[in-house]
Design a protein around this ligand. Sequence first.
Ligand code: CA
Length: 377
Amino acid sequence: MNRRDFLTTATAASAALALGGCNENNRQAIDYSKHPQPKDAQSKRVHINKNKKTIIKLATSWPAHFPIMGTGVEKFAQRVKDVSGGSLEIKLYPKNVLVPALAVFDACSSGQIDAFHSGPYYWKGKNSAFSLYSGIPFGFTAEEINSWMLYGGGLDLWREQYAKYNLHPFLGGNTNIQMGGWFRKPINSLADMQGLKMRIPGLGGEVFAKMGVNPILLPAGEIYTSLERGVIDATEWVGPALDIKMGFYKVAPYYYSGWHEPGSILELTFNKYSWSKLAFEHQSIIEVASSEMNANMTYEFHAQNIVALQKLKELDVTLLQFPQDVTNAGKKALKEVIEELSAKNKDFEHVYSSIKKHLQLSKGWSDTSLRYFLNVR
Ligand code: CA
C-alpha cells in the first residue's frame, strides 16, 4: 500500500468510526473536514456491483404525496430506480416518519440518514448565509438563480459551506416567484403594515419586520385556524397551486403579488460520506435525475399555478399589488438587513457579493429581453 492509498483508507475508516459511533455528546467533536471529498471518490472510482443493491435513506420536510414538492421527490426516486435497473433504491421518509421535518439537516449531517429534500432557508440559524441559497427579496427569478448556481459560482459556494457540515447539496426544485400572501384587510399604505401579525419566514420575514410587521412562525397545520380566528392578520405561503389547497381565500380574501421570495430554491442534499461511497454510475444517475427534478418541479409549479389562479378568480378572490410606499420601504429594509447580516457574518457577505454581481448583470439582460417581451405580449 503506498502512502496515498494508506491516507485514503485511514480517512475513510476514521470517518466511518465517527459516523457509526456518534452520539449527542461526541457529535461536536467530529472533524467533518476529514471525511472523503467527492473529488477523492472520483479519482478512485467505485463501480456498480451488479449483485448488490444500494439503498439511500432520504427524508423530506414534506408530508407523503405533498403536491409538487412531495410528489416531485417520489418521481425522482422512481426515476433513479428505473435508470439504475433497480440497483439503486431511494427509500423515502416523509416528514416525521424517521426524523421531524426541520431535523433533516442535522440527521443527514450526523449520518442518521443519507440525504434529505427541504429548503436552505430553514437552516439560517446555523449560518445566515444559507438563507441566500433559497432566494432573496427583490432578487433572482427561478431562471436567474439557476444560472447563478450553475454558471455563476453559486453552487460551488453552497457546497463549500455545506461541506463544513459534512453535506453535499444539489438543486432540487424551484417555486419561482411566490405570492405576497393573504390579508384579512386590504393594505392601502405602509401605515396599514404597522404591527400586522403575519406568518412569513426567511429573509422576507426579516425585511417585513423592519417595515413594522410582526412576523410569526407557525406550523403549516395551524395557519388556517390562526388566520380564521384573527390570531394572525396575514400569511404568505407559496403560490396559487398550493395556497388554494390551504383554503386561505375563505378567511383572508385579499391576495397580493409578491417580491419577498421570487425564485425560491429547494434542495436535495446528501451526507458527503454517503455520497462518496456511491458507485460512480449511481452518482451520475443522481446528478441527471436531480437535474430533471429541479427543472420539472419548476415547470409543474407553473402549470398548476396558472390553473389555480383561474379558479381563485372564479372564487372572487381580490388580486392586489402592494402600494408603492410599501414596496419602497421593502427595498430600504432589504438594504439594511443585508448590511447588518454582512457585518455580522463573513460568509453572508461573501455569498451576497457573488449574488450582487450576477444580479446586476442579470437585470441588464432580463430588462432587455423578458421585461420588454412581457410588456408587449
Ligand atoms: Ca413562502
